[in-house]
Design a protein around this ligand. Structure first.
Ligand code: DO4
Ligand code: MG
Length: 298
């Protein structure tokens, strides 16, 4: 089941379920609309069921065609919002062979990436706060002091705060490869800045570990022409997601609805750099397509 969060002009945020190309408003037992995934999780907790079951049982209000929501944010028109507002976004790195190759190409410090790919302990880093996250169709940032920034399309897991996975979301871990390449200690500046992370378009709520079989793709369009296309399968992830989550929670309290991005298996060729005006699309059949224009952030 896929849940979307969206804005209704004059009424505010809503949480809805996607069915047959439409999004249907979810209502609490008293008829009040649910406005966030937090609301759904709270209802599920009170009813003693999973959020997916709570969404299945919930009363439904009006529906809207998905395509009428999948457009640029504008408070005067209905549009998709961040499907989950994560108190924290974390990310794993060098979890696909393709990412290891790319780091080796960009770095002046060979060795660290090879070692972390093979090591027992994964690379995990803090990625974003809600204020740095872009929802569907909102701009993602290219740092003005980077000449070589790329999107990193990744599967994100929405965590339940107790070591479990509530659902899945698509994520873009925008990364300044030149800054990281100069010195790996610059990783926070590579990764964390205004609009550095996109999440969406919806959250897939499922009890199945779908991560072993998702096909992820990414396309970048410039002036109406595709300038990059790549795809991968999450079956190429070197580590089980449960292992990444377990390491993340070591000596660390991870709040409910935090998101963990699981690393990229799609890296554009070395001559590609994202530019202001590029349209970045990240897709997976089971989740949908996350679209964000790129802007330069100074
Ligand atoms: O070490 C750099 C980060 C790598 C990363 O973000 C990824 O593999 O997705
Ligand atoms: Mg990444």
């Amino acid at each position: 089941m896929r849940v979307a969060r969206y804005w209704l002009p004059g009424r505010g945020p809503r949480l809805g379920v996607c069915a047959h190309d439409a999004v249907h408003e979810l209502l609490a037992p008293d008829g009040a609309p649910l406005t966030s995934l937090d609301d759904l999780v709270e209802h599920a907790r009170r009813a003693g069921v999973t959020p997916r079951e709570a969404a299945q049982r919930a009363r439904r209000g009006g529906g809207l065609p998905y395509r009428e929501l999948d457009r640029a944010p504008d408070s005067g028109r209905s549009h998709l919002l961040l499907p989950v507002v994560p108190p924290e976004v974390w990310a794993a790195g060098v979890t696909y062979e393709r990412s290891r190759e790319a780091r080796l190409a960009e770095t002046t410090t060979a060795g660290v990436y090879d070692r972390v790919y093979e090591a027992e302990r994964p690379e995990l880093f803090f990625k974003a706060t809600p204020s740095r996250c872009a929802g569907p169709n909102a701009p993602v940032g290219v740092r003005a002091d980077s000449r070589w920034t790329v999107p990193e399309p990744e599967l994100g897991v929405v965590l339940d705060g107790a070591g479990g996975v509530l659902g899945y979301v698509l994520g873009n871990d925008m990364s300044a490869r030149d800054i990281e390449g100069e010195n790996p200690l610059y990783l926070p500046q590579t990764k964390i800045y205004r609009a550095c992370c996109a999440l969406g378009p919806v959250v897939l709520l499922t009890d199945e570990p779908v991560e072993r079989r998702l096909r992820l793709w990414c396309r970048v369009t410039r002036g109406g022409r595709a300038v990059f296309y790549g795809e991968t399968s999450t079956s190429r992830l070197r580590r089980p997601i449960a292992e990444l989550v377990a390491y993340l929670r070591r000596a660390n309290d991870i709040p409910p609805l935090a998101v963990l991005l699981t690393g990229t298996g799609i890296v554009p060729p070395d001559e590609f750099a994202c530019e202001e005006g590029d349209l970045i699309e990240i897709g997976a059949d089971e989740i949908g397509v996350l679209r964000n224009p790129a802007i330069r952030v100074a």
